[in-house]
Write a protein that binds this ligand. Sequence first.
Ligand code: FAD
Ligand code: NAI
Length: 475
Amino acid sequence: MNKQFDVVVIGAGPGGYIAAIRAAQLGLKVACVDAWKNDKGGPAPGGTCTNVGCIPSKALLQSSEYFEHAAKHFSEHGISLSNLSMDVQKMIHRKDAVIKQNNDGILYLFKKNKVSFFHGQASFSGKAENGFEIKVQGAAPESLLAKQVIVATGSTPRALPGTPFDEKLVLSNDGALRIEAAPAKLGVIGSGVIGLEMGSVWRRLGAEVTVLEALPVFLGAADEQIAKEAYKAFTRQGLKIELGVKVAEVKPGKHGVSIAYTNSKGEAQSMTVDRLIVSIGRVPNTQGLNSQAIGLQLDERGAVVVDSDCRTNVAGVWAVGDVVRGPMLAHKAEEEGVAVAERIAGQHGHVNFNTIPWVIYTSPEIAWVGQTEQQLKAEGRNFKVGTFPFLANGRARALGDTTGMVKMLADAQSDEILGVHIVGPMASELIAECVVAMEFRASSEDIARICHAHPSLSESTKEAALAVDKRTLNF
Ligand code: FAD
Ligand code: NAI
């Protein structure tokens, strides 16, 4: 006998669990199915984000940053430590405890919002007269009938062709978050977001880290000026980054992993490392869904094809998050989840794709919203630029962290803010003001006229806004 629901959400990552909660808040009868298992085989809702992504990486970034501060920067504040040591196992256990708090939190939220949770692999069995039949294969197999379905099955790491992840020597993000002791030599393929964040963690904990990147430019999606500043900071910290490389062969062996590649000059190179992280992007996860049972359209990458409202080609089936087009970010998945739940309930959910912030949680942090200078130039748009360095910010000096700047781009005529790009301390928090400003279509003058607390890093955003009209007060 099928259990019947208004909405069945497949996947309890940030896209799925948030969609389920919002749909339940709107009075719908909702189930959410998720396959992720914890180390005891029990449910671990939260998806990539909670289990092997955003949350655990930030836990290790925090622990490793504390260690680096204690080792290298406390003395500037007159604090001396003797016998400083690190316990990587304890850091990993702490990270695992943070994951569990989040898993438990989501199970609690499901209960609170009366979302029925099923632990297992969901697949479409077919269309029925009054909805879609979904099979759940888990400890207790179930058959569900859903009037509407939200597919939120996320993404999985992309492996190098011919080099599968073994999670011992060749690591995806999963293995990169579970190394038991800092390797002496760590290789990273791909200087994207995961490469830089995980490379930073293990460098801070003592590894010699070399990052091999195929593209000739560093962080091509970021504003060029910001990317250059970040590159300088990372290489100063000891991260070795080689751009424009072509990886030829990766061979795991008894003594680590050997990598043969050509450098940007076309010269053959080789390197042997104790561990290798491969972070060359992620692929949408539609395997095991049996999408053909309902004729769900996928693209050549396996992503579910959706319109701007997350509608698929099958009426009543929606898809959100990493499994569809657009940036693979947890907050983008959440926004889509909320909007779809609201559309199902007859409301007018909306996602503004132009104001989705990006954050890279390295030190310095990198964050941006809106367009980059190079994008505006390519469009032939007339714009003004204002920059303000943290070096001239009182709070940054007091913190002892003056790397980087805030850069604001505004339309030359209307003064509307078109993009804000930050590299520096707490960029992840500073960007929120800029997102709000852009949502309200603020001008740079609006920010320049708003009172910002002193001393605060946010004064740099105000000063960058003042700089747009060449009237900074502190630089
Ligand atoms: P996922 O989180 O991947 O969740 C999908 C869920 O669906 C999983 O639990 C999976 O088991 C389940 N599932 C799949 N198929 C089925 C099925 N057939 N039946 C049942 N369940 C199924 N983003 C940020 O915004 N900020 C960050 O700081 C950040 N850091 C990251 C760090 C790392 C190392 C990685 C890898 C990613 C990071 N991301 C970050 C990206 C973020 O994790 C993803 O964008 C986000 O998790 C996508 O959410 P989702 O709900 O679409 O999918
Ligand atoms: P990415 O897309 O950020 O970076 C991949 C990098 O690998 C690119 O620079 C690419 O040019 C390079 N590359 C691709 N193939 C290569 C090859 N064969 N040899 C050398 N270099 C190669 O992907 P990443 O780092 O794997 O992360 C996946 C996604 O996860 C990100 O795009 C992001 O959406 C999400 N994420 C977000 C975070 C955040 O918001 N802070 C943190 C971590 C991940």
